[in-house]
Design a protein around this ligand. Sequence first.
Ligand code: ADP
Ligand code: MG
Length: 248
Amino acid sequence: MSDKAYLRIEKVSKTYTVKKHHVTALQELDLSVAKDEFVSVVGASGCGKSTLLRIICGLDSEHSGNVYVNGRKVTAPGLHCGIVFQEHRLLPWLTVAENIEFALNNHTKAQKKELIEKYLALVELSGTEKYYPNQLSGGMAQRVSIARALVNQPEILLLDEPLGALDALTRLNMQKEILHIWKKEKTTMIMVTHDIEEAIYLGTRVIVMSPRPGKIKKEFIIPDNVNKCQTDEQFIRLRREIYHEISA
Ligand code: ADP
Ligand code: MG
């Protein structure tokens, strides 16, 4: 595996305070991720997964500890990260092309058109430029969200349960597409999911987080040669071990 220090999270702690009540969402969390990794993050609801992604992309700067991407300290949201959430968050009054264009700045009109076409093709939605979000299925809208997150060619793509709201069949297709995009674009990916099979299927590493305070409990390296078929013995063993860690 290549340089482990592409993304470095060093002793990151985060406490939320609501009406004098403190919730420590993350405590001294350390994590290093290599450029070529796909890290799946699993763990019980409330264990700090979304908080971790928000801190990585700079959306939450009120924390202790540091995050470095490619050697640079993250202090604010920037082009280093793209993020996709469970709900698509497209602006309903803009077309597909305009939603993607909304993420772009400092490009000529021709460059914008070219980038929009390129990323719509990547998510297999060429020709939908003029559609409005309410004309898209859930899976299509999520693919537009991925295109929008990738159009600035971020160093890292963060995915916060991006497939959680999709039906089972669409979800399987989207998993294949995300894997295809990861291989083609070579963007480092970190994905939160509740689905252990999805975590193994997509990840080169699966991280299990434990709650209160949120930290990394255990990680599983998914060997390159693991047969990512749900009936494969090694796959079943990994699934059992990860399930055991989450529920223990
Ligand atoms: P997860 O994504 O793993 O479900 P979160 O990162 O959303 O977990 O939340 C971790 C903990 O921090 C939870 O206990 C949650 O209630 C708390 N929390 C998250 N966001 C806020 C917030 N904006 N204000 C107060 N508490 C929050
Ligand atoms: Mg969450």
